[in-house]
Ligand binder design. Structure first.
Ligand SMILES: C=CC1=C(C)c2cc3[nH]c(cc4nc(cc5[nH]c(cc1n2)c(C)c5CCC(=O)O)C(CCC(=O)O)=C4C)c(C)c3C=C
Ligand SMILES: [Fe+2]
Ligand SMILES: [Fe+2]
Length: 350
């Protein structure tokens, strides 16, 4: 009798003879190619033209997008991008590349044939272009990991759309696994809590800790988006690890666009209210962002710091995203190992 096939503890996708590639595709939001108005306009046209991001009838939204947003917003956004741009490029791109390299190295130890690649949902390198390169190398199995700890249709489902839009054109589609979110991974909350503790060990500790997540319209939550619940659960898991009393922390949502109500309370109003209420020092952490980007480095660390000071506060200290921290990479590697387990052996003539 053959021994029963045990569930492998490590990535079974590794059992892949040459020419039958297994890959992890990390996908982040994307960012402009350069911090100038033209590049930002091109990026925003693709981003805000996605019906997963702006859920309005096209006949209503496209005239606003092309008539109001694209003529006006890009020059303002380009200025914000210039404030955070690095010699190596946009922080979102540079840091996502660093996570991809780190994850590739971490997985190579036990899964040497697994390729780890990064694509951007909007801008470059596009999901389609990276998938085609993988196809040309013989892609047979694919694990897609959107770089968003919490699920929203506006982010994770949009990544799913982009992957499927490309795969549906292929003759031979790969076997596919899609990781919808990972905020419930205990190691993820451990890593965020550790990053906060380390910040407190090297900087003065603020009177309060604010968890600021990117917002979405309330309408999306009413339609069934689990995002708000997942943000609240994320904060609760981190608070529990830090053993914070209720009055030591708050949660808010940032980056609202347009006039309809988004998830509340809003971050800008919250930091202003805290400053007015006599809070002198405030720490802000943004656990919805896997890596730092415009929304953390400019909107929180610059704009909201200014709002806080204008309202009477003295120090708003931004606690960086997990970026390429070793515990972040280890968390993602574990996630991939678990989602990559249990795949059957390749058939001899596949
Ligand atoms: C208009 C609708 C938007 C929705 C819905 C939305 C959801 C959403 N976005 C992120 C993550 C990021 N957003 C970033 C920038 C950004 N977001 C919007 C709009 C929506 N986001 C705009 C218009 C912009 C562009 C910048 C600007 O012009 O102000 C970024 C940063 C990109 C970078 O290059 O650094 C990230 C990351 C999440 C997680 C989310 C829903 C949960
Ligand atoms: Fe956004
Ligand atoms: Fe913003």
């Amino acid at each position: 009798m053959p021994a029963p096939n045990p569930t492998p503890a490590t990535v079974s996708v590794t059992a892949s003879p040459a020419g039958r590639e297994c890959a992890v595709l990390l996908v982040n939001l994307g960012t402009p190619d350069a911090p100038d108005t033209r590049s930002v306009r091109r990026y925003l046209r693709e981003f805000l033209g996605d019906p997963r991001v702006v859920e309005l009838p096209r006949a209503l939204w496209l005239p606003i997008l092309y008539g109001v947003i694209l003529p006006l917003r890009p020059s303002r956004s380009a200025k914000a991008y210039r404030a955070i741009w690095t010699p190596a490029g946009s922080p979102l791109r540079v840091l996502s590349d660093a996570v991809t390299a780190g994850l590739g190295a971490a997985l190579r130890a036990d899964a040497p044939e697994l390729t780890v690649r990064l694509a951007m949902r909007y801008g470059n390198p596009s999901v389609a272009s990276v998938l085609r390169e993988l196809r040309d190398a013989g892609l047979r199995r694919l694990i897609v990991l959107p770089m968003y700890p919490q699920y929203s249709a506006s982010t994770a489902a949009s990544v799913f759309d982009a992957v499927v839009d490309e795969l549906r054109r292929w003759r031979r589609v790969p076997e596919l696994r899609f990781i919808a979110d990972y905020h419930a991974e205990p190691a993820w909350a451990d890593a965020v809590a550790a990053s906060i503790r380390e910040h407190w060990a090297t900087h003065p500790r603020g009177e309060k800790l604010l968890f600021s997540f990117h917002g979405i319209p309330q309408r999306y939550v009413r339609r069934g988006d689990p995002y708000e619940d997942q943000c609240r659960a994320s904060a609760a898991a981190i608070v529990q690890r830090l053993a914070l009393p209720d009055d030591a922390w708050q949660l808010s949502f940032q980056s609202r666009v347009g006039r309809e109500p988004w998830l509340q309370p809003y971050t800008d109003e919250t930091v202003k209210a805290l400053g007015r209420a006599g809070v002198r020092s405030l720490d802000v952490v943004c656990p919805g962002f896997a890596v730092d980007c415009l929304e953390t480095l400019e909107e929180v660390a610059m704009q909201n710091a200014e709002f806080f000071e204008e309202a009477g506060g003295e120090h708003l200290r931004y606690i960086p995203a997990l970026n390429d921290r070793a515990d972040h990479i280890a968390t993602l590697a574990r996630l991939i190992r678990r989602h990559g387990g249990g795949w059957p052996e390749f058939a001899p003539h596949g």
